[in-house]
Design a binder for this molecule. Structure first.
Ligand SMILES: *Cc1c(COP(=O)(O)O)cnc(C)c1O
Length: 418
């Protein structure tokens, strides 16, 4: 019982019970999604014949690295892809997406983004910020065209209008830190279909960060040519210490491999050292870990909505990612939330988060992240710009029993300040 370990009493215990009862069917649905994904995972491991010897990595160039090749075969099978790159040499999600974009696009090509302003860290890659230098796509003469979402969904008419002549259709599945909804697989299928109906050669690239295993399929099962993401988010299962992946059409994956290493060399190099076992194990655990993150999101949304705060998505709404935005309306409540989440983290629970300036943000940002892997956001974490309306973005959670307690304590702390 939470109250046996943490100072949760009376009203809060009642609130927790009430919310747990209300969301029980949603939690059961999350279990069913997890089970389906876990079976698809097991099938991928068994059909690819993963063996203990695949965990012993290589050094140097990493030629003939069977463990690396097998992991990529598993990743491809799992995502309904022809091929995959799944490597610790991807330094972040941003690096992975940059490799994919530079892999596919050439000077004079057009990149068509159909999900509004992309995730903040992509602005430098695309060259959206004032200075187009620094080796951005813009500096290399890649044209960029952006379509806004229409009622939260890709604008199919605008896609059909602009797809002719575009080389890549770019879709960001997760809301990121924007006031929009995450794309569902139906949205992705419709957008890919609309673009391909008019331009069969267009490559549909999905930024799949925060979306993996939230649903029962991946975008590559539903018309995307390529997906990319980070291994310190969903598909690393909280165990992968770093890395990223790109999966999909074999020819496109190879273009990305040529960009990741060197033209003419491609995916044949890249030693794996001591990494492989963590990447296999993390991937294998990922459906369960993501399911607990989704349950955390549902619980947080329901609890804060019950307390009268705006929580988005609503508890029962269709989910395409693991993020929940909670609007707290005051700097005091925002700080209280972040402090409580930090205090209930397994690592660095004694730290007190402080708002601080961050490159790319016009107001100080406060972050709670007591994580085993630095910056990992499949672990319970919360961040927010310190500005009205004081919206906190909450994501992750390795284990629902622990995150439920953390969020309940945070709700109590929020209630005690103005
Ligand atoms: C996290 C994220 C990225 C960038 O990943 P980093 O690992 O932070 O560089 C890109 N797009 C979306 C939607 C993300 O959530």
């Amino acid at each position: 019982m939470i109250q046996d370990y943490f100072p949760i009493r009376g009203e809060a215990v009642k609130l927790d019970a009430q919310v747990m009862k209300r969301i029980a069917p949603l939690l059961r649905a999350a279990d069913e999604t997890r089970d389906e994904n876990q079976l698809r995972m097991l099938k991928a491991f068994t059909s690819c014949g993963v063996a203990a010897r695949h965990f012993s990595g290589t050094t140097g160039y990493g030629y003939n690295d069977d463990g690396r090749d097998k992991l990529e075969q598993v990743f491809a099978a799992l995502t309904g892809s022809e091929a995959a790159l799944c490597r610790h040499q991807f330094m972040s999600g941003t690096h992975t997406l940059a490799v994919a974009l530079f892999g596919l696009l050439r000077p004079g090509d057009t990149l068509l983004c159909a999900t509004g302003t992309p995730y903040d860290t992509l602005h430098g890659v695309l060259g959206l910020t004032g200075d187009k230098g620094g080796g951005s796509l813009a500096e290399f003469g890649v044209q960029y065209r952006q379509l806004e979402l229409l009622d939260g969904r890709p604008d199919l008419t605008a896609i059909a209008e602009h797809a002719p002549g575009a080389k890549v259709l770019y879709l960001q599945r997760s809301r990121g830190y924007a006031a929009r909804r995450a794309l569902t697989l139906d949205d992705i299928e419709a957008a890919a279909g609309a673009a391909k109906a008019i331009n069969p050669d267009i490559a549909v690239l999905v930024d799949n960060c925060y979306g993996e295993f939230v649903d029962r399929e991946e975008p590559t099962h539903r018309g995307a040519d390529l997906i990319a993401g980070s291994l310190i988010k969903n598909p690393g299962g909280g165990i992968a210490p770093t890395g990223g992946y790109i999966a999909g059409n074999a020819g496109l994956v190879d273009l990305c491999a040529q960009r990741l290493t060197a033209p003419g060399v491609g995916g044949e190099v890249g030693c794996t050292g001591e990494m492989l076992r963590s990447l296999y194990l993390g991937l294998y655990y990922a459906p369960g870990v993501v399911s607990d993150a989704v349950k955390t999101a549902i619980y947080a949304s329901a609890l804060f909505a019950e307390m009268g705060f705006e929580a988005d998505p609503a508890p029962g709404a269709a989910r395409g990612d693991i993020i929940t935005a909670i609007t707290l309306g005051s700097p005091g409540r925002l700080r209280a939330l972040c402090e409580a989440i930090q205090a209930m983290s397994p690592v660095d629970s004694f730290a007190v988060p402080q708002p601080a300036p961050m490159p790319g943000y016009d107001s100080p940002v406060i972050m709670a992240a007591g994580a085993f892997t630095q910056g990992s956001s499949i672990e319970l974490s919360c961040d927010a710009p310190m500005r009205p309306p004081y919206t906190a973005y909450l994501q992750g959670g390795l284990n629902f029993a622990a995150t439920r307690a953390a969020i309940l304590c945070a709700a109590k702390a929020v209630r005690e300040v103005r």
